[in-house]
Design a protein around this ligand. Structure first.
Ligand SMILES: C[S@@+](CC[C@H](N)C(=O)[O-])C[C@H]1O[C@@H](n2cnc3c(N)ncnc32)[C@H](O)[C@@H]1O
Length: 395
C-alpha cells in the first residue's frame, strides 16, 4: 500500500467513526464522569485514544498546547480546562467530520468552563506537515495518532520544528514488542484499528532521538492486544526539545546514584554507579531534566559515592531460585543502555527475558518506571524453579 492510500483509508475510517460512534481501539483511562461535567456527549462518544496525555499533570496553566490528531477534541478540551483562560489549545486533524464535531463543541465547552470565549481552535492539516508556526508550542500532546501516520519520522521532525526550545511532548500511542510483519502492515482494517502502523518501541524512540528530542521516557504503559504472538501496547512517553544555547552553570561532574549499576545516556556518555564522571554543559542540561534528576548527583568537583552512603541506590535480587514464567522487560528510557546488579544489560527498546527474581527487582520503585513488562507465555506457565547459587550470577 502506498502512503497516500493508507492515509486515505485512515481518514475514511475516522470519517465513518465520527458519524457512527463505533468502538475503536482501547479504553483511554480518562475519568469520563469528570469529563462529562463540561464536555458534551457527542465528543465523548468519538473518543478513540489509548491514553490520557492531557490528564497526567503535564499541562500547565497559561501554556500553548498542540494536540496532533485531535479527532472530536476530547484531549484538547481537557487541555483547555488545564491551561485555563490565559492558555491556548490548537488541535489539528485531517478528517473534516472529526473537525466538525470538535469545532461545534468548542463554544459549549468554553461556556461550561466559564470562559468568555473558547481557548481552543481546530485546524485542518496533516500531522506530517503541521499548519503551525516554528517554535510556537510549549507542549505537544497526541492520543493514538502517530501509529496511523505512514511516515513517522516526518511527524517527529514536525513536532521538533513547532516546539519552542525548552518545550516538551507527552504522547500516548500504540507500539509493538517486535517488528510488525508485512501481512499485517498491508491490512487496511488493522491500520485503522491502530495496530498495523505500530512501530517497535525501540524504532519509535530512535526516530524521536533522530529528530532532536532527548530525555525520552515512559510515563505509563498498558498491554493492549496480542496478534499472532506480537504484543501491542499503549505507551505514554515524554521527551524534551532542550534549548540550543547551553547556560554555563559550574557543574562539571555527574555521579550516578543508582539503582542501575551502569548506564549510557542518549548523548552516549557512560556512567558507573558511585564513580564521578566528567560531563560537558550539554550533558548537564540533559541530566537536569525530571527523569534523570533523582538518579544523579551533579557537582563542581568530583564526588565519589560509597555503598554505605545514604544516597547510593541499589536493589539486589533475593537469593532464591529463579522461575521462568515468560516475562520480558523492555527498557523504555531515558537511557540507551542500563545494567542492574544481577548481570543484565538492558538496551532501550529490546525485549530481554527475565526470571521471577528480576521481575521482583524491576517492580520496585526506582526501576519500575523505566521498564515495560509483558508476558509472552501467559501466566499459566508452570516453570520449575531453577537453582542459582547465592551470590552467583542470575540463572
Ligand atoms: C485514533 S483517532 C484519535 C483521535 C483523538 N486523539 C482521540 O483521542 O479521540 C485518530 C485521529 O487522527 C487523525 N489522523 C490520523 N492520521 C492523520 C494524519 N496523518 N494527519 C492528520 N490527522 C490524522 C484521524 O483523522 C483521527 O481523527
Amino acid at each position: 500500500m502506498s502512503n497516500e492510500s493508507i492515509t486515505q483509508a485512515v481518514s475514511e475510517r475516522y470519517a465513518r467513526a465520527a458519524t457512527t460512534g463505533e468502538q475503536i481501539c482501547c479504553p483511554t483511562g480518562y475519568n469520563v464522569e469528570d469529563l462529562r461535567t463540561f464536555v458534551p456527549e457527542e465528543v465523548l462518544k468519538v473518543s478513540y485514544g489509548c491514553g490520557t496525555p492531557a490528564g497526567l499533570d503535564t499541562v500547565r496553566a497559561g501554556e500553548t498546547v498542540l494536540d496532533i490528531g485531535s479527532g472530536g477534541g476530547i484531549d484538547c478540551f481537557e487541555a483547555s480546562r488545564r491551561v485555563g483562560p490565559t492558555g491556548r489549545v490548537i488541535g489539528i486533524d485531517m478528517t473534516d467530520e472529526m473537525l466538525a464535531i470538535a469545532r461545534r463543541n468548542a463554544p459549549v465547552v468554553a461556556a461550561n468552563l466559564g470562559y468568555a470565549s473558547s481557548n481552543a481552535e481546530f485546524r485542518k492539516g496533516m500531522v506530517e506537515a503541521m499548519p503551525v508556526e516554528d517554535g510556537s508550542i510549549d507542549l505537544i500532546i497526541s492520543n493514538c495518532v502517530i501509529n496511523l501516520a505512514p511516515d513517522k519520522r516526518k511527524v517527529f521532525r514536525e513536532m521538533f520544528r513547532v516546539l519552542r526550545p525548552g518545550g516538551r511532548f507527552t504522547i500516548s500511542d500504540i507500539v509493538s514488542d517486535q517488528p510488525v510483519p508485512n501481512y499485517l502492515t498491508h491490512d487496511v482494517e488493522k491500520w485503522g484499528n491502530c495496530l498495523s502502523g505500530a512501530l517497535q518501541l525501540g524504532d519509535y524512540v530512535s526516530g524521536m532521538v533522530e529528530a532532536g528530542f532527548l530525555g525520552i521516557h515512559q510515563i505509563k504503559s498498558v498491554p493492549w492486544q496480542v496478534i499472532d504472538g506480537i504484543h501491542f501496547l499503549s505507551i505514554t512517553l515524554t521527551g524534551y526539545k532542550l534549548p540550543a544555547a547551553v547556560e554555563p552553570n559550574g557543574v562539571r561532574f555527574a555521579t550516578l546514584r543508582g539503582p542501575f549499576s551502569q548506564m549510557v545516556d542518549e548523548l552516549g556518555q557512560r556512567y558507573q554507579r558511585g564513580v564521578p564522571q566528567a560531563v560537558n554543559a550539554r550533558t548537564v542540561q540533559l541530566l537536569k531534566t525530571p527523569p534523570f534528576e533523582p538518579l544523579f548527583l551533579l557537582s563542581e568537583t568530583p564526588l565519589a559515592l560509597e555503598p554505605s552512603d545514604a544516597r547510593w541506590l541499589a536493589v539486589l535480587p533475593e537469593q532464591v531460585p529463579c522461575v521462568w514464567k515468560g516475562h520480558f522487560a523492555i527498557l523504555a528510557g531515558p537511557f540507551l543502555e542500563a545494567a542492574d546488579d544481577d548481570h543484565h544489560v538492558f538496551r532501550r527498546g529490546n525485549p530481554l527475558e527475565i526470571c521471577s527474581k528480576t521481575l521482583a527487582v524491576l517492580g520496585t520503585g526506582g526501576y519500575d518506571r523505566h521498564f515495560v513488562i509483558f508476558n509472552r507465555a501467559g501466566e499459566a506457565v508452570a516453570g520449575e524453579p531453577v537453582s542459582s547459587a547465592p551470590g552467583g550470577s542470575c540463572c
